[in-house]
Design a protein around this ligand. Sequence first.
Ligand code: BGC
Length: 352
Amino acid sequence: MSVKSFLVIASMALSVLIGVVLGRQGTAGDGVAPDARPVRIGLSLDTLKEARWTRDRDAFVAQAGTLGAEVTVLSANGDDNRQVADVETLVTARMDVIVIVPHDGRAMARGVEIAHRAGIPVIAYDRLILDSEPDLYLTFDNERVGQLQAQYILDALRDAPKPIRLVRIYGSKTDNNAALFKAGQDAALRDAIASGQVEVLHEDWADDWKPENAKRIMNAAITRHGRNIHAVLASNDGTAGGAIQALREEGIAGKVIVTGQDAELVAVQRIAAGEQAMTIYKPVQQLARRAAETAVALARGRPLVARDAIDNGRTQVPSLLLDVVTVTRDNVEDTVIADGFHTREDVFQGRP
Ligand code: BGC
């Protein structure tokens, strides 16, 4: 870490400590929740359609429960108007703190505004809320995710003939994380693209992270460039699944390296079967636990210290970033299985 970034973080830690405590005392709502009654937490989710989000929800609710907090969960099904309405509902129900996974990082600035007007602090969970002043942001190191995905392809094809013929499938344009994954991938690929070692044949954004949109992108890549494709840099397991479906239909699944993210059970099964090369394991149960703990602390007006700060276009949002791990067939036992994220039986389904 450079001296400069150390100083920024050190000074941020101080200002976060002060900012969070003062911010909570100065609110206009029903004040800091007294220790005597349960803290009420509102959890506003973009969607529950991908496996990871049900896991996040369950771990969050369970941890909040052990801390004596009650959680009201609302899911917006990928609809921004509905998510703003969900936040309004949580404000009307007088939550002590609201935790938001935004569908659209920009659109949800309105949600932060509505909550703050009622004196309710907001935690941005996993995805950043832009152009607003969320009290805290809890996430994984998202650029690192992108970096590990791209680096995997470079390493796996180090000795293969060049150029590596690559298809890139990004996530949803409305999700700030998708841009961060791409930024990490760009950084890892920069030199290899500049020197002609990697040729990007086709690239596109999968709207709303939907597998069917990723499949369409993969189909378009094959139509334009043929089946001689070496790798698909898919940004998560859902989009990897869409791409692999297209590869299956061409009879080349397993012959093309496909990346992913989330360590979803179906993706880890594809890794065991040799159709997907890797995924990124993000221990969401840890993230959910930390979020529930900080939500309760914020609601009770307790001081919080954030190690990092992330610029969201309006302010430096006090942030906490957790680490991620690359998962391949070689280390699936030592990572997701050892961690209890999936069972060996579920992953290998009787495979040797
Ligand atoms: C999350 C990923 C997830 C994607 C689609 C991103 O914001 O960080 O874990 O796969 O959204 O839901």
